[in-house]
Ligand binder design. Structure first.
Ligand SMILES: *Cc1c(COP(=O)(O)O)cnc(C)c1O
Length: 395
């Protein structure tokens, strides 16, 4: 049997689903890069991005993925030999720290494990042990674990301790999905990328930074002409936005995506993600009542709204993913960093994305397909998952 024909649904945490409006906006011949709409469109595009980040401060754009923004942020802030406090809640926190270390930064890791957010008591100890750290690096929602951390709480803690470091936050998985308020929460550097909540192909990296970050970073000795955020933020010519050819079609797509977010309203976008997330959690909890299905993050308050990491047992995560793809036209996300690759446990973990251009029929559809897959494969599971999902979504 296969029921996979029809429109395929990529339910992984990036690249996310691209709206037809974004795809159509990109379906154009190469544009004039000297004058006209492409050039005139960049200042309003940057303003619309700041509106999503809820900041009135600075923004540098890069042709690059999320990893590029790690490097951009690091090189603009640090001097070789500086120390940084890293608060890691999954694979991506470690990745950012590794990139900093390779540049000569003394990245001091506090690891909160694979199933928990930042604990403020442990964060306090880490900050006290590194009073001279130039910055704190933290991931808002770590896409591998789906743990969401309290960014405003970390800022309050830093203020209470009088810690002078910059607060740098990876929002690649959360911008345009989870509530995030850069200026209100006192965030100094925030990085994001085009292919997750912003519904555009991978290839555009965003680095938002505060005036204070610009000031403190002025004496960074790691900054190179390409990564320097100063001209990108305040270009004296269009060329200085990119240092080379502009990412023409990404800009067209992103313009359309930002218009969609604006039309829906950011509060409604956040609310939609919250409701879809609750549906996924409710289904998983119901399946777990009669089987091995478990959510990775126990406390709903600490779960991101764009992706849910979960597990089965006996390698059933991978079996279920394969069934959903080959028999039902849905690709689920692989487990990432939760178990050693190649070990039997690695096949237990998987992720369901509900990120960006996703609505009720898509998420309820994914859950129905997963429910059918468990039945087809004989994976033990509790009843009533779809009923529970519908109720949670409407609550
Ligand atoms: C996806 C992701 C990254 C990496 O982004 P790439 O575009 O794959 O380089 C980094 N951090 C978080 C939190 C992510 O979700």
């Amino acid at each position: 049997m296969t029921l996979a024909a029809g429109r395929h649904y990529l339910a992984i945490p990036g690249p996310s689903v691209m709206p037809d409006r974004v795809l159509n906006a990109m379906h154009q011949a190469a544009p004039n890069i000297y004058e006209g709409p492409l050039i005139d469109g960049v200042p309003p595009l940057k303003q619309a991005l700041k509106d999503v980040a809820l900041t009135r401060q600075n923004l540098a754009l890069y042709i690059g993925n999320g990893h590029a923004t790690w490097e951009a942020a690091n090189t603009n802030v640090f001097r070789r030999g500086d120390s940084a406090v890293v608060l890691a809640t999954g694979r991506f926190g470690h990745g950012w720290a590794d990139h900093a270390r390779a540049l000569g930064v003394d990245a001091r890791m506090t690891d909160f494990g694979k199933s928990a957010p930042v604990d403020l008591n442990r964060a306090e100890a880490a900050l006290k042990a590194a009073p001279d750290a130039r910055a704190v690096l933290v991931t808002h929602v770590d896409t591998s674990s789906s743990a969401k951390s309290d960014i405003a709480g970390i800022r309050r803690l830093m203020d209470d301790l009088g810690h002078p470091g910059l607060l740098m936050v990876d929002c690649i998985a959360s911008l345009g999905c989870d509530e995030f308020r850069m200026d209100d929460w006192g965030v100094d550097v925030m990085i994001a990328a085009s292919q997750k909540g912003l519904m555009t192909p991978p290839g555009l990296g965003l680095v938002f930074f505060s005036d204070r970050a610009a000031e403190i970073g002025r004496d960074s000795d790691l900054r190179t002409p390409y990564w320097d955020w100063t001209p990108r933020n305040a270009p004296s010519a269009f060329y200085e936005n990119w240092f080379g050819t502009a990412p023409t079609h990404h800009l067209m797509g992103l313009q359309a995506a930002l218009a969609m977010i604006q039309e829906e309203g950011l509060d409604n976008v956040w609310d939609r993600h919250a409701r879809l997330a609750r549906a996924v959690w409710a289904a998983a909890e119901a399946w777990g009542q009669g089987g091995d299905c478990r959510l990775n993050i126990a406390d709903p308050a600490h779960r991101g709204h764009s992706v849910t990491a979960m597990r089965l047992a006996n390698g059933d995560g991978t079996r279920l993913r394969r069934w959903c793809e080959s028999e039902a036209g849905v690709t689920l996300g692989i487990g990432l960093g939760m178990a050693e690759p190649g070990t039997p446990a690695a096949d237990d973990f998987f992720r369901v994305a509900h990120m960006g251009h996703v609505n009720a029929h898509m998420t309820l559809g994914v859950l129905s397909v997963m429910d059918a897959g468990m039945k087809a494969l004989g994976i033990a599971h509790g009843p009533g998952a779809l009923d529970a999902a519908a109720r949670a979504m409407l609550a």
